[in-house]
Design a protein around this ligand. Structure first.
Ligand SMILES: N[C@@H](CCC(=O)N[C@@H](CS)C(=O)NCC(=O)O)C(=O)O
Length: 378
């Protein structure tokens, strides 16, 4: 039997990457067999991802038929349709929407504090910079790592709306999440109840491969978030075949959910809205003003315009009753109006995320600068 037949999926990933952790956690839970390629040790493999999918980002999956999956959000949805068993999408439509909303919040809003904890503390920057630059040269990992760490710090923190006035507030975004996760995970094994859902995997990116891994934040979690630390191992080792058949999902209405719902209503959804407006005006940067934070001259991302469109699309699929249930949940914390403000703003990216991707039809291949300097965010 050839390797391709034994492994219908080849996962291109990095062991320190936010989104690789999210997808690998999902594959392990669903017991979907895959062969892993560690791109941190293999520059050619990393370039192959860019060449085949058009986006030089991990994770990505090469399938036995030569087609590719990339971007964790549509990838997991595509895999959910192929691999039955315990679904990570709750069957109740309202809860399913909430799970997808929490996934998106985890993916995108927690990226900024994850960047802060990885690149601001010097010891973390030195270690992670060195780990990543091994991809270019093992011999020069120390000087290249130093340069790379500085570059990440500038690109992802100081040049993305963080400054000396709000730096501590960005650092403390981690503590705000622990205020929810600690009481929640004391009571139940997973974020929405008895089984892992897409909301768990949304939180897993930042928590498993960044907060729970990077030297400074990992110690913070061990001390201040023991239930969260335990959940990281629980989710990494969860197997659907070992779970009870009966699923017990919890509607997120307990008191400890309130601050998170409020952050979604008053910080994250207004951020997605302001980012989309800036995109429609052709601005490369904009001043974000939300309830808890101000990020001056933060980078406009087309990808997050697409995220917002997806949330709007998923919300529009709900019937009146389910919509009401979701709206009622958010009403006391500011409502969901930011999700609809200014209507649908088109990212013009939707067709790029139609999976699976046929590499022969991918037109934009990453150029030399992208290959060696990095891909604009998505
Ligand atoms: N939205 C994408 C994001 C993927 C992503 O940002 N991957 C990062 C690692 S976590 C990456 O490959 N970065 C490489 C670079 O920026 O050059 C997903 O969900 O998969």
């Amino acid at each position: 039997m050839s390797a391709e037949n034994r492994y219908p999926y080849t996962l291109y990933k990095m062991d320190i990457s936010y989104f690789s952790g999210k997808l690998e956690g999902y594959l392990r839970y669903k017991e979907i067999p895959y062969k892993a390629v560690e791109c941190c040790d293999d520059l050619r493999a990393f370039h192959r991802v860019g060449y085949k999918t058009g986006f030089q980002k991990v994770p990505a999956i090469e399938m036995a038929d030569g087609k590719w999956l990339f971007d964790t959000t549509p990838t997991i949805q595509w895999l959910e349709n192929q691999h039955t068993g315990q679904s990570v999408l709750p069957s109740d439509p309202g809860l399913r929407f909430l799970a997808l909303l929490i996934e998106d919040y985890g993916d995108e809003w927690l990226w900024r504090p994850a960047m802060w904890w990885r690149w601001v503390p010097k010891s973390s920057r030195a270690l992670l910079g060195r780990r990543i630059t091994k991809i270019y040269s093992k011999r020069l990992a120390i000087p290249l790592g130093f340069y790379f760490g500085r570059r990440q710090l500038s690109e992802w923190v100081w040049r993305d709306g963080v400054n000396k006035h709000n730096s501590n507030a960005v650092r403390d975004m981690l503590f705000r999440e622990l205020e929810l996760l600690e009481p929640l995970l004391e009571e139940q094994p997973f974020i929405l109840g008895s089984h892992p859902s897409i909301a768990d995997f949304g939180f897993f990116g930042s928590f498993f491969r960044h907060f729970g891994n990077d030297p400074v934040s990992a110690e913070v979690i061990r001390r201040q978030g023991p239930n969260t630390y335990e959940w990281l191992a629980r989710l990494w080792n969860a197997k659907q075949s070992r779970m009870a058949e009966e699923v017990n999902w919890q509607w997120p209405e307990a008191e400890h959910w309130r601050p998170l719902l409020k952050r979604i209503a008053k910080d994250y959804l207004p951020y997605l809205h302001q980012n989309a407006v800036a995109f429609s005006q052709g601005k490369k940067r904009f001043d974000y003003v939300g309830h808890s934070h101000v990020f001056k001259q933060t980078v406009t991302t087309s990808y997050r315009v697409w995220c917002r469109q997806e949330l709007q699309r998923n919300f529009s699929l709900l019937n009146k009753e389910d919509r009401m249930k979701v709206e009622t949940l958010f009403e006391p914390v500011g409502g969901l109006s930011s999700l609809q403000e200014s209507g649908i703003i088109d990212s013009r990216m939707s067709n790029q995320f139609e999976l699976p991707v046929d590499p022969q039809k991918v037109r934009q291949k990453p150029g030399l600068i992208t290959r060696y300097y990095g891909q604009p965010r998505n």
